[in-house]
Design a protein around this ligand. Structure first.
Ligand code: GBH
Length: 484
């Protein structure tokens, strides 16, 4: 009853799931093992190493491809309920297409999944975590809507091959993060930059790709496999700078350009893109002389096809910003940032991490979770949350971070948010994209030639999982900088 729950607000419900996450390019290595072909991250790191802080790449990474047993051992030691990992598209489908399924790729994921199940760990599988086949990028990648069909084709192979054992599927990881690559020359895919156009084409294709995969699952696999299919959003919190209506509206617009643009069509009660986003892009497009909005229009048929295509909302959370209204930019070259037209920054009083974009603002997390709960009303899994440093074994700031952020989850739970699980990012230090191996998120320290080494935060997370309680003994309590 509710009274009993209130007495227990610092402990998680019995059926709440704890896990840790990684992604294929960040941990697997074995980039050209067997018949695996090249993806856009192989291409970026090999041909443009200067874009990565330390010039490193994922050729070997944590060498998880050759260390299934070691990865299982550390997952067991933590006592996690589930492990979130991703499939490498070009390892499974070396041609990009389902006409050829790699025997060795299949074997690797079968071995990993079987080893997890034998260890009593639930596999939670991300189908796409940013490593698009280079061959598909040659066709335009996510800027070409036909890629939605090829993604769905790939997803179908994953369901078909692994769905007897995998019951948690995440179609796409953070379109918010991979779509900006189509508006900037310095991110994957490198040298593709159509700002204010590419990002929106990508968001459109991503929606169609996700929806198609979901329908395939629904029609062909759900009744026999009985799993769930969701999608993961990079979910930021934007706190209005002041209580002025302008700043409150600015924070709302920023939220809709972050989560709404990519998720409202799926989770929003009426589907489609958020009205504020449609209007903002259409207005500037017209002023810039475009004959139609740079944001592709969803037809009524597409709106209905995409709406409701998820069993859960995956929340990746790292960032809280302060948001304020600002004067519109002058009309010139299009950009998504100008379409949004909001100023956003980090409050200088917030504690930082190794990553310049990561601050410790736990109240932003609880506000975000409540807002997502109220706005969409779907079951939520936190599919990533974590803290970067430079790889210290005695990582007290990361432990502190988990104490604060897990408490924020408990706050949201006690306020009625429907949160089913939490994933710490990351199981282990790994190839941190453009931050190379410099900024590290692991509960385990990894230097590929040494055994994986647990950090003090790993010991802490292990204790949380075992007790289902967030102990706050040594936590530095962050002051509430402006909870709404
Ligand atoms: C997640 O993205 C990823 O899903 C995961 O693979 C990654 O390891 C993890 O974060 C930690 O980074 O430098 O100002 O241009 C988080 C979203 C998107 C946050 C890109 C940083 C760059 C900001 N990230 N963003 S900036």
């Amino acid at each position: 009853n509710s009274h009993a729950q209130q007495l227990n607000t610092n402990s998680f419900p019995d059926d709440f799931l704890f896990g840790v996450g990684t992604s294929a390019y960040q941990v697997e290595g074995a980039w050209n093992e067997s018949d695996k072909s090249e993806n856009i991250w192989d291409q970026l790191t090999h041909n443009y190493p200067d874009l990565v802080i330390d010039g490193s790449n994922g050729d070997v990474a944590c060498d998880s491809y050759h260390h299934i047993d070691d990865d299982i051992a550390i997952l067991r030691n933590l006592g996690v309920d589930f492990y979130r990992f991703s499939i490498s598209w070009t390892r499974l489908l070396p041609n990009s297409y389902s006409n050829v399924i790699s025997e060795t790729g299949l074997q690797y994921y079968n071995n990993l999944i079987d080893a997890l199940l034998a260890a009593n760990i639930i596999p939670m599988v991300t189908i796409y975590h940013w490593d698009l086949p280079t061959e598909l990028q040659k066709l335009g990648g996510w800027a070409n809507p036909i890629i939605a069909d090829y993604f769905a084709d790939y997803a179908q192979v994953a369901f078909e091959q692994f769905g007897d054992r995998v019951k948690y599927w995440i179609t796409l990881n953070e379109p918010q993060s991979f779509c900006p690559g189509y508006g900037s020359p310095n991110q994957a895919p490198v040298n593709v930059a159509e700002p204010g156009i590419g990002e929106y084409l990508c968001s459109y294709t991503a929606l169609k790709a996700h929806a198609k995969a979901y329908h395939i699952y629904d029609e062909r696999y759900r009744s026999t496999q009985q799993g769930v299919v969701g999608i993961t959003a990079l979910s930021n919190w934007f706190e209005p700078n002041t209580t002025s209506p302008e700043d409150i509206a600015a924070a709302e617009i920023a939220k809709q350009f972050n989560v709404g643009l990519y998720m409202h069509a799926i989770f929003g009660r009426d589907g489609d893109y958020p009205e504020v986003v449609k209007q903002a892009v259409a207005n500037r497009s017209a002023l810039e002389g475009f004959p139609f909005s740079r944001l592709p229009e969803l037809t009524e048929e597409e709106i209905q096809y995409i709406k409701g295509t998820a069993d859960f909302f995956g929340v990746n959370h790292y960032m809280t910003y302060v948001a304020a209204a600002r004067d519109p930019d002058e009309i010139g070259e299009p950009s998504m940032e100008k379409d949004r037209g909001v100023s956003a920054w980090f409050d200088p009083s917030w504690e930082g991490a190794a990553s310049s974009w990561l601050k410790v603002v736990p109240w932003g997390f609880s506000n975000l979770l409540m807002t997502l709960n109220n706005e969409y009303g779907y079951p939520m899994y936190v599919t990533e949350n974590g803290y970067s440093d430079y790889g210290e074994i005695d990582d007290s700031r990361r432990t502190n971070y988990y104490q604060l952020y897990l408490s924020a989850v408990l706050d949201a739970l006690s306020n009625g948010a429907n949160i089913r699980g939490y994933t710490a990012w990351s199981l282990m230090d790994n190839f941190e994209w453009l931050d190379g191996f410099v900024n590290r998120f692991g509960l385990y320290y990894v230097n590929v030639s040494d055994p994986r080494t647990i950090k003090s935060s790993g010991e802490y997370f292990k204790q949380v999982i075992a007790t289902r309680v967030v102990t706050t003994t040594s936590a530095t309590v962050s002051t509430n900088g402006g909870s709404t």
